[in-house]
Ligand binder design. Sequence first.
Ligand code: PMP
Length: 396
Amino acid sequence: MAVKFADRMENLKASEIRELLKLTEKPEVISFAGGLPAPELFPVEEMKEVAIKVLEEGGKQALQYAATEGFIPLRKAIANRMNTKFKTDVSYEDILITSGSQQGLDFSGKIFLNEGDVVLCESPSYLGALNAFKAYGPKFIEVPTDENGMIMEELEKILDTTENVKMIYVIPDFQNPTGRTWPMERRKKFMEIINKYEVPVIEDNPYGELRFEGEILPSLKAMDEKGLVIFLGSFSKIFCPGFRIGWVAASKKILEKYIMIKQSADLQTSTIGQREVAKFMEIYDLDKHVEKIKAVYKKRRDLMLQTMKDEFPEGLKYTYPEGGLFTWVELPENINAKDVMAKCLENNVAFVPGGSFFPNGGKENTFRLNYSNMTEERIVEGVKRLAKVLKEVLNK
Ligand code: PMP
């Protein structure tokens, strides 16, 4: 075959993780590997009614092309929600609707990265973002983290000594994969550093509203004095991912670039999808829906963490997420989580080995567990199976 692909395809090799994850899809496997929301919480009946209303009230517009920026009532509802929940001060004109926040990640790479440019990210970070950026051939520098997220002294050291840092990608709220959240002090310090070095920041925040205890923290965007923070939001985890509706909130000069790229990528996000989400928010109470999701996930988190505490061998470290979908486990350094995963599959339980969340490799002794997508019964059974394997591996 004489087909020649673009060089960038070299950056996107099929991952062994993806192959491994295929094995987790068998029904007998209790999989903590995915990051899926709980489908039993999707408002199916309500959306039937909403779909009919949208078509009856404005069917022709709903089925027509529309503005690249997105449906104005939806953008207004989003701006309002961001300002209330995350203490920002944005208007609908600062918002572009995207096809999931994943599209915002791809656009960020396209807009900021030339081959060889430097991206800073937390170590570890969200695999889907790293892969989206990889297509543009950057160099990743991982900023060390602790239980409170990115370590600011390390960030400053890197910024001091590195040329050509084009963007910093962060997930300050219930991070994927670790479940960690940056406390207020760190957010403030981060923004002081950003205002000094003036580097664009991609603040990826699909989980911030899913806080099970305490108050939602102000976003980085809320402290953005110089228009450097690009906030990526999403309905995937607070509503349902099937609509593929997310957004970018950014200052005018930056948002213009996203709008241009959006136009050339796919013209606009689905007109009817945007109208349905906006209509749901108009006639139902999204806050109430989010409360329902949080109550269910909190119970699942509690149960997973309690069962881990009861069943896991002594001495393993894992995070205690205050919200979101994930916890993160660290094994002793000489244990490779991929080997543990192979044994787990024999016992019909699965997780995601952590190595691939580090763009430059390393920390193979880690793994991510998801608790949102599994019934309570299966959480207990799955963690017990996992604990049995861990005891065997660790000879405990
Ligand atoms: N960012 C993070 C941190 C995620 O975990 C995800 C989904 N797993 C996304 C972005 C993409 O979400 P979506 O495209 O559905 O909005």
